[in-house]
Each structure stands twice: as C-alpha cells, then as structure tokens.
Write a protein of this length. Structure first.
Length: 200
C-alpha cells in the first residue's frame, strides 16, 4: 500500500494520467484527512477551485490542493512529535495516567478526523494548516467556552456521529466536532442543553 509521500509524488507527476493524479490525491486522504475523508475532499476542492466530481481537473489545481494538505500534515506531524515527547517526559517523571487530551489524541492518531466535520459540506473555510494551528493552540492552553477554530459560541451536542467519539459538541458555524478537552465543563453542559432545546 502506497504511503502519503508516494501518493503525493504521483499527484505531481506530469507524465501520469490525470485521472490517476486525481485518484492519488483522494488516496492521500486515507492517510491524512483532518475533517474526515469527504469533508476534507470538499474543502480542498473548494479552496483549489475545482468541482469535487470533476474527473479531469486542472493539474495545477490538483497540486495546489495537495500543497495545502501537505502543509497541514506537517503541522500535525510536528504536534504529534511534541506530544509523544511530552508523554515520554511525563512517564519518566512518574505521571502514568493520561489526561483528557491524551484520551482525545488516541482517537485521532495520524491526523484523521482531528477536526471532524460530520456534514461533509460544512467545514471551516480557512487553510487546513491554520485550522490545525488554532486547534493545537487550544489543546495546549486552559479550556474555553467557544470553538477553537472559528471562535463561534453556538455549540450543539450531537449523537450518532460517524466518527469516534460518537457524540459531542458541534460548532454550528464551522461544523467541526469540538474536542471536549478544549471546552470548560460549563461550555459542555451548555452544548448538551442546546441539543435538548433544539430537539424539543
């Protein structure tokens, strides 16, 4: 099975069939898709300026989409290296019990679904790397009351999400499932209450 870098080379290869280049970009999303496969594809297509169903997009647009994905992947991989180093130090210092960020991180190892968007057509519009930087910053500071990506304050608890965890607070503005560790207990309670009010 081809890795991310091998697939990226295929996307860039001007001698490859255009359909194969597009297919290789889609396959990259099996290795790294911050919003989930479908939402990340929709995001990349809209930002690069081609239709998600276009079977022969402009090669330059394909490469632009790949470059955005690669930049975001570099941001996430750097975070994972720092995260692993922090956990090693904590274990060395005798802190064996993982915290809530560690529990969340275990579900997103490799970068798949770190900012899960259950509705593939509703996702942040900023570059992926910027979204991940905001999310990482939120994970490294005290919990807050708003979405770490768009600062939206309307969070609604949703069940039956197509990703683990299967329920959680969803930002109604940018569409991400907000990681629980970045929210205060009060913000989480308000999101649960908002779900009750919406369904009532």
């Amino acid at each position: 099975m081809a890795g991310f870098r091998s697939l990226a080379r295929q996307v860039r290869d001007p001698l490859s069939d255009l359909a194969l280049r597009r297919y290789s970009l889609r396959k990259c999303l099996e290795r790294f898709a911050p919003y989930g496969h479908r939402a990340t594809w929709d995001h990349l297509c809209s930002r690069a300026g081609f239709d998600p169903e276009d079977r022969s997009p402009d090669p330059a647009r394909l490469v632009a989409a790949l470059e955005e994905l690669e930049e975001a992947r570099a941001v996430w991989l750097a975070y994972e290296v720092a995260f692993a180093e922090r956990r090693r130090k904590e274990k060395h210092d005798g802190l064996r019990s993982p915290g809530s960020v560690d529990d969340w991180h275990r579900l997103t190892w490799g970068g798949f679904g770190v900012a899960w968007c259950d509705d593939p057509s509703v996702h942040p519009t900023e570059p992926l790397a910027e979204v991940l930087r905001r999310l990482i910053t939120a994970l490294e500071r005290d919990p807050g009351a708003c979405c770490p990506v768009c600062t939206g304050t309307r969070l609604v608890w949703q069940h039956d999400l197509a990703h683990e965890p299967s329920s959680g607070p969803v930002c109604t503005h940018c569409g991400i499932v907000v990681p629980r560790p970045v929210l205060t207990p009060m913000a989480l309670a308000e999101a649960r209450l908002a779900r009750v009010l919406v369904s009532a």
